[in-house]
Design a protein. Structure first.
Length: 95
């Protein structure tokens, strides 16, 4: 019986250490030769990276609801293109 690989999500406010922690976990997994994929949000695939550019562009002055919807759109793209395809097969780290 094969063990399914988990999806591990690193959540927190800006500056809380999510990226630092995921870097440590990634190094550990590499040292143990454990297969994983690492996804950043917003970003992660070509469509989500384009959405990320919109969100982080200082010239854009989106209202809070538009900003939220852009983050959700980036997540939706990752779910469709990366997470669904790899869920249970590879360990997934989501930053």
């Amino acid at each position: 019986m094969s063990k399914k690989k988990p999806l591990i999500v690193f959540e927190g406010i800006e500056g809380s250490g999510k990226t630092t922690l995921i870097n440590y976990v990634s190094q550990y997994l590499k040292s143990k030769r454990i297969s994983f994929i690492r996804i950043r949000e917003p970003g992660g695939n070509i469509n989500s990276e384009n959405i990320r550019k919109l969100i982080l562009n200082k010239k854009n002055k989106f209202n809070s609801f538009t900003d939220l919807l852009l983050y959700l759109a980036a997540r939706s793209e990752n779910v469709e293109k990366l997470i669904r395809k790899n869920y249970g097969k590879k360990l997934i780290l989501l930053d």
